[in-house]
Design a protein around this ligand. Structure first.
Ligand SMILES: C[S@@+](CC[C@H](N)C(=O)[O-])C[C@H]1O[C@@H](n2cnc3c(N)ncnc32)[C@H](O)[C@@H]1O
Length: 345
């Protein structure tokens, strides 16, 4: 790799990993250690046999944090480098029947099964690379796909629900910020952007309003008729740059090459089945230019893990996003899948 390209990749790494909202103070780090120590003691005192089927895993990477806990009164504190916690559910009732906890102490792991118990470390403790939410083998957690009439998604301005609102107020602005940073990484270049499942064009509108000079062409692709009609109104504002095409990306192959491909609220278990999501991901990968970026954001749990992306030579620059919660004041931050990936081969 040339020095210049290597420098570009380095700077991409830094700027496209979204930092924690508030830096974690030493006091907070010791609070977090206390929470983890409490969980560890809970595991020791409530260990049970494994039960149920694996449902979902929260994987916390603490390798860059100074989290030390006491595992026994007569032993010195140990550094926790990773904690994975998975819920196990009863196959029929889908109720959580057990939890698995894997503590990693600098490479030495200890595994416990306990009764149901939640752990919600505030996400301000984490950067965009520390928390990963996984389902077993990328399994579609929602089971059979729910009946969602996509023509109703975001199709009315008067009744924007919480789900849509989270995209509008939290996720879209971050995607715009991401595209802006991608633009800064290669200042000479004007970008071709595809917004797959782009709905009525809200995100495209924000990107074009904020970065008119950076976008050579932006294309919204969506299968919904009402989204298509609404997006055509947005095209009128940017006739030179914005196009919209009604298309089912599961049924049809993408052909246009792109520098940036956005999948906002699309690669998630409530929208696509696993096999369809895989087909869409591979399709997007094939039309992405080498060095180009894929932004996969979802409010619901994501279908894929960092591992699946790495298998496709997609370098994982960011995984999650934290933001102040407006819905649950008692938990100040929430996190969701926010993958920023760069095609490296
Ligand atoms: C949850 S909405 C997200 C909309 C928009 N991207 C946003 O961020 O607000 C999912 C969108 O994916 C579109 N969609 C679902 N399956 C699709 C498919 N097979 N081909 C094209 N679009 C699809 C739906 O019509 C819907 O507009």
């Amino acid at each position: 790799m040339s020095n210049t390209l290597s420098a570009i990749c380095q700077s991409a790494d830094r700027s496209l990993t979204f930092p924690e909202l508030e830096p974690c103070t030493g006091e907070e780090a010791s609070d977090l250690a206390a929470v983890i120590e409490y969980v560890y003691q809970f595991c020791k005192n409530n260990a049970q046999a494994p039960e149920g089927g694996l449902y979902i895993t929260y994987d916390y990477d603490f390798s860059q944090k100074n989290i030390h806990i006491r595992t026994a009164t007569d032993l010195p504190k140990k550094k926790v480098t990773r904690l994975s916690t998975s819920s196990y559910i009863h196959q029929e009732s889908k109720q959580c029947v057990a939890r698995e906890w894997v503590f990693d102490f600098d490479g030495k792991t200890e595994k416990y099964y306990t009764p149901r118990m939640a752990l919600f470390p505030p996400v301000k403790y984490f950067t965009g690379m520390e928390l990963e939410i996984r389902s077993p083998h990328g399994e579609n957690l929602a089971g059979p796909r729910p009946e969602v009439v996509w023509d109703h998604w975001d199709s009315h301005d008067t009744e924007i629900n919480n789900d849509v609102n989270t995209y509008i107020t939290k996720i879209h602005p971050k995607i715009v910020e991401c595209v802006e940073k991608i633009g800064q990484i290669s200042p000479q270049k004007r970008l071709t952007i595809l917004d797959i499942g782009g709905g009525r064009g809200r995100l495209a509108e924000k990107i074009l309003e904020k970065l008119p000079e950076k976008v050579k062409e932006m294309v919204i692709l969506d299968k919904s008729t009402s989204a298509y009609k609404a997006a055509r109104q947005v095209v009128r504002k940017f006739p030179e740059q914005l196009k919209v095409k009604q298309m089912d990306v599961v049924e049809e192959k993408l052909t246009q090459e792109a520098d940036v491909v956005i999948l906002s609220g699309v690669l998630q278990h409530t929208v696509l089945s696993l096999s369809n999501a895989q087909a869409v991901l591979i399709n997007c990968h094939s039309i992405l230019r080498n060095g180009g970026y894929l932004i996969i954001a979802s409010r619901a749990d994501a279908i894929f893990t960092a591992y699946s992306f790495e298998q496709l030579n997609l370098k994982v620059l960011n995984k999650t996003l934290s933001y102040p919660s407006t819905e649950k004041p008692e938990r100040s931050f929430r996190t969701h899948s926010f993958y920023v990936l760069q095609k490296t081969g």
